[in-house]
Design a protein around this ligand. Structure first.
Ligand code: HGY
Ligand code: MN
Ligand code: MN
Length: 419
């Protein structure tokens, strides 16, 4: 007979497969405020209600499932992650943290455990920042750090503003300016796939995150002169795409020259986009990350200088717009230690590692102490349909989260007995 944790994990893996069906395509694509996002909220809300949670959505369309604590009035513990995905995504990035949190609550309920503090299970809708050129909308709204006007004005590829999309989705666009969650919660715990190869290389199922790298995103627009591909001499052309290509090579060189820094150009478009026309305009993105904010700024300055040099050499115009900044965030030492104790109690060895990927936890760090538990994913593959988590690793993660919640409950009571 499967024990409660095995049953909870079987449910978890089946739900992750069901949730992957909430997509607008291609593959698994669930963008912020999309029909797929609405379908995901309906599906996860039902599971939350079945687990006895009170379900609501906040102004930013964050799904919130609330479980009351035995001692009303104590600051709640927040658990969760994001429900949105990149394009043609894997089914575990984000969703795992929401549904593994639910599984841990169900496991405690099945064991008859009652936590003294309330738990709010969160499903954020905009962690990836794929539809709009902004990100962390839900977590920043909860943390009270959102620039509501800037966020509302952000436009998607069809020219729809985030504010209009949110209003059409049933969110409260004006409410985006809402202040931080009050009273401040006792902490935020996010379970997430590692999205890298470290745990697999170490032969470990779990890792405790030490810090999350800071990130800058930018949009770079190069404007030159379009012309006939066959008649305009090569010398003297103001080819926007050729200039952009040299800029992208410079970005890669400068990103690679600094330890632990990543610099990525993920999107590029050339206009007018005809085989026999010299591109007059090129637009591309930059994703720059580093463990240290001063290092990230220093590399940013070097990249800006290199872009200007290339623009001068090609006699093209250059516009650089920083669309997103998130400071590097340290995980709370006490919560890290509590996660390690919970993992040890479950018999799961862990290691500490930084996160190169961004997470909602970095936004929540301004509101309350936060910590992340990483779960091994096969070959470190993520942001790809081949993303995979073994059920056995998922079960260990659920057991550890349940043990952490029990330990925090016992600490509140000042006793060693179980919650
Ligand atoms: O881009 C990231 O690091 C995260 O997956 N949104
Ligand atoms: Mn994620
Ligand atoms: Mn992601």
């Amino acid at each position: 007979m499967a024990d409660a944790a095995e049953r909870a994990t079987t449910r978890l893996m089946a739900r992750l497969d069901s949730l992957a069906g909430c997509t607008d395509g291609p593959g698994l694509t669930r963008l912020y405020l999309s029909p797929a996002h609405a379908a995901a909220i309906r599906l996860v809300s039902g599971w939350m209600r079945d687990a006895g949670l009170a379900v609501r959505q906040d102004a930013a369309a964050t799904l919130i499932g609330e479980q009351a604590g035995a001692h009303p009035g104590t600051p709640p513990l927040l658990v969760g992650s994001h429900l949105d995905t990149v394009r043609d995504a894997g089914r575990y990035d984000g969703a795992f943290g929401v549904l593994a949190g639910l599984a841990a609550l169900e496991l405690l309920r099945d064991e008859g455990a009652r936590l003294p503090f309330a738990v709010s299970l969160l499903g954020f809708g905009d962690e990836e920042g794929v539809r709009f050129p902004v990100t962390l909308t839900g977590s920043r709204a909860l943390a009270g750090t959102l620039d509501g006007a800037r966020q509302r004005a952000a436009l998607d590829a069809d020219g729809v503003s985030l504010g209009d999309a949110l209003a059409a989705f049933g969110g409260d666009s004006d409410g985006l300016k809402a202040a931080a969650m009050a009273p401040p919660p006792r902490g935020f715990i996010e379970l997430h796939i590692e999205q890298g190869p470290v745990l697999q290389s170490a032969g470990l199922a779990l890792g405790v995150v030490s810090a999350i790298n800071g990130a800058t995103r930018a949009r770079i627009t190069v404007t030159g002169g379009a012309g006939h591909a066959g008649t305009v001499p090569m010398a003297g052309r103001r080819d926007a795409l050729a200039a952009a290509a040299e800029m992208i090579v410079a970005i890669r060189r400068l990103g690679g020259a600094a330890p632990d820094v990543t610099a990525t150009v993920g999107q590029i478009a050339a206009e007018p986009g005809a085989v026999n026309v010299i591109p007059g305009r090129a637009v591309f993105t930059l994703d720059l990350r580093a463990p240290s904010d001063p290092v990230r700024e220093a590399v940013w300055r070097r990249i800006r200088a290199a872009l200007a040099d290339v623009a001068g050499a090609h006699r093209v115009q250059l516009e650089v717009v920083r669309t997103h900044d998130a400071a590097a965030a340290a995980c709370d030492p006490a919560l890290q230690a509590a996660l390690e104790r919970a993992a040890a109690a479950v018999g799961a060895p862990t290691l500490r590692l930084p996160s190169g990927a961004g997470h909602d936890a970095m936004a929540m760090a301004t509101l309350c102490p936060m910590a992340m538990l990483f779960v091994r994913c096969r070959d470190g593959i993520s942001h790809h349909p081949a993303e995979h988590v073994e059920a056995a690793d998922a079960e260990v993660a659920v057991r550890v989260l349940a043990a952490l919640l029990r330990d925090l409950g016992a600490a509140d009571r000042g006793t060693d007995d179980d919650a």
